[in-house]
Design a protein around this ligand. Structure first.
Ligand code: ATP
Ligand code: MG
Length: 367
């Protein structure tokens, strides 16, 4: 019994569960039956330790790379950006003197196009673009991974005279999305597609599609209240409802009903996977709600019958049950903080050797 869990009971529950799911292929392995071979596990541990070490080292010793993009020809005098580098200089800073061969960049984009074509959003591109272009504001809901953040802004690029801003609550998301979309679009990051997060602006005034944190867009709004550089603003992950997102939504509504109400090109799109769409639609005077159907991967949801009193015990129980009853593979667990993650890892490390030999070996890895 560890942390209030009766493992005999747990294991017998697993066996029952397994019998009920005989249609599923369940592989049982021998004694050292981790999904990851032992030598590989050691390599992974080694790599993780190295990575951790590198992260800590870079945190302490690397100065943040701030690359500010701006073209000299289209300076906006309202914004204090003196001393910005030219696009060429900045590409050199980003990539060194070794610019990638544009032929290989385009070839990569062609290759990624095959993947993009499989996304649910890609299949309804024309219908979706037509609907979006006919509205000033719309709320767009689609399953996770359906292609909202990466595809929809790209579809809209040819239809926008000015830039498109896509907000993200987190800087890492803004940077990753911009990097991916630049690859898909076949351009160097920071040219047609870029991003702006605090202390790191990888975009120029010519950038057509900019992934930007909520906070940075608000900051731009303080300098240019009309957001005159943009013709479309996409508020992504709107369900996260940070204070910054709420402020942005309020200011954007102000622009739509007042200062930019006569600008036919100005559009606002609210996007999310799980949004209370009606509330957002009402806030924007009954804006239409567009649903994109389809999932990239099958998802089966299961719920506990009763609320868990202790989230750590509940997580350990769930992991052990899944590991005992399902085929080999990874289990991804989300917990609310480092303390919980460390606790679950610690318990699973103790529990792992006690589990039935035929079940895959549990290797807990905290991130
Ligand atoms: N950085 C990346 N590297 C590799 N593949 C990616 C990357 N970003 C996205 N993808 C792929 O593109 C697909 C679409 O991703 P996208 O972020 O547009 O989905 P989404 O609908 O916005 O999902 P969510 O609701 O989770 O934000 C994903 O299924 C994923 O396979
Ligand atoms: Mg997204």
């Amino acid at each position: 019994m560890i942390s209030g869990i009766d493992f005999n009971q747990l294991i017998s529950m697993d066996i029952m569960g397994r019998r009920q799911r005989q249609n599923k292929k369940i592989k049982f392995s021998d004694g050292d039956s981790s999904p990851i071979p032992k030598t590989h596990r050691e390599t992974i541990t080694h790599q993780r330790q190295n990575k951790l070490h590198k992260n800590i080292t870079s945190r302490h010793y690397q100065t943040p790379k701030t690359v500010q993009f701006s073209s000299d020809d289209e300076r906006n005098e309202d914004i204090d950006d003196e001393g910005y580098n030219s696009e060429d200089e900045n590409i050199n800073i980003m990539l060194g003197k070794h610019r990638p061969n544009m032929v290989s960049v385009k070839a990569k984009a062609q290759q990624l196009l095959q993947v993009r074509k499989t996304l649910p959003v890609f299949k309804v591109e024309h219908e979706l673009v037509e609907k979006i272009l006919n509205e000033k504001v719309c709320v767009l809901i689609g399953e996770t991974g359906s292609g909202k953040s990466t595809q929809i802004p790209q579809f809209l690029m040819p239809h926008n005279k000015k830039s498109i801003a896509v907000t993200q609550p987190r800087r890492v998301a803004a940077m990753n999305l911009a990097t991916r979309v630049a690859e898909e679009h076949g351009c160097i990051l920071g040219t047609d597609v870029g991003y702006a997060v605090r202390f790191n602006n990888v975009s120029t005034r010519k950038t057509k599609l900019k992934y930007i944190t909520d906070g940075m867009l608000l900051r731009e709004m303080m300098l240019d209240p009309l957001l005159s550089r943009y013709s479309t603003i996409i508020i992504d992950e709107a369900h996260e409802r940070t204070i910054l997102t709420d402020l942005l939504l309020g200011f954007l509504k102000g622009l739509l009903v007042d200062k930019r109400k006569d600008d036919p090109d100005f559009k606002v799109i609210i996007m999310s996977a799980t949004l209370d769409a009606d509330k957002f639609s009402k806030f924007f005077n009954d804006a239409p709600i567009l649903f994109v159907e389809g999932r990239m991967y099958p998802v089966e949801r299961m719920y506990l019958k009763h609320p868990a009193e202790d989230v750590i015990d509940a997580m350990v129980t769930a992991v052990v049950q899944i590991n005992n009853g399902e085929p080999e593979g990874d289990i991804l667990c989300f917990l609310s903080g480092q303390e919980e993650i460390d606790k679950v890892t610690e318990i699973l490390e103790k529990v792992a050797p006690e589990l039935p030999k035929e079940a895959p070996r549990l290797v807990p890895m905290p991130f």
